[in-house]
Design a protein around this ligand. Structure first.
Ligand code: CA
Length: 239
């Protein structure tokens, strides 16, 4: 019983990956870094484990037999918007990455990935999911009031839902509302990426564009989340 309690305290990660060599390698790395692990080799098995188990994080391949990672992510999000998910993708086309992010994955890692890069991203996603739980507050942008704990906003009677990453991005900008924040700083502070890690700043721009569609009266003429030419982005708060 004592051993069970000790194991339960560790963060449990579900690996959904059909390629056996990659799956076995991931499990080895995760166990080496102190995580408890479970795995699935098909889409339906992955979805079933994701919905019935409790995981601190899900590593989700895209091309899987039976059901692809996009659909699995979509189905998880339909019932649990907080579950941290990192997509593993062999696809590099921007549209695939955008689709993964729009379905609510917290991050993606492109194959082939380095172990070090993967572990850093896992730690960053887990750290943010903890921070998000500890900071409950209301963010007032005038036309929309956002509950950062419930990941939702109220705008003129409409409820708008946010991903955790969007809320983290907004929260960071709100904490530094007195100045513009650069893309590099956002990648470092919100995504947890080291400087000059080769991560595209396009990731930031995709999220900013998505956020503007949710929080701006006119996304093409942003009044809340403004671009400061040559400097980055700044959030105009009302509180
Ligand atoms: Ca695969």
């Amino acid at each position: 019983m004592l051993a069970l309690v000790a194991v339960d305290k560790r963060i449990r990660i579900l690996v959904v990956e059909d390629e056996e060599a990659i799956r076995a390698g991931l499990l080895d790395v995760l166990v080496f870094h102190g995580y408890d692990v479970d795995s699935a080799a098909t889409g339906p098995e992955g979805l079933d484990k994701a919905l019935t188990g409790r995981f601190g994080l899900i590593l989700l391949d895209i091309m899987l037999p039976g059901m692809d990672g996009y659909e699995i992510c979509d189905r998880i999000r339909a019932v649990d918007r907080q579950q941290p998910i990192i997509m593993l993708t062999a696809k590099t086309a921007d549209e695939d990455i955008v689709q993964g992010l729009q379905l609510g994955a917290d991050d993606y890692v492109q194959k082939p990935f380095s172990i070090q890069q993967l572990v850093l991203r896992i730690e960053a996603v887990l750290r943010r999911s903890q921070v998000g739980r500890d900071q409950a507050r209301l963010l007032d942008l005038g036309n929309i009031q956002i509950d950062t704990e419930n990941l939702s906003g109220q705008a003129g009677g409409d409820e708008i839902q946010f991903t955790r990453r969007e809320i983290e991005l907004l929260s960071y900008l709100a904490q530094h509302a007195d100045r513009p924040v650069s893309r590099d700083e956002l990648l470092l502070e919100v995504w947890g990426y080291a400087r000059n890690s080769g991560i595209e700043t396009r990731t930031v721009d995709i999220h900013i564009a998505k956020l503007r569609r949710k929080i701006e009266v006119d996304p093409k003429q942003p009044a809340n989340l403004i671009t400061v030419r040559g400097a980055g982005y700044r959030l105009v708060t009302r509180d």
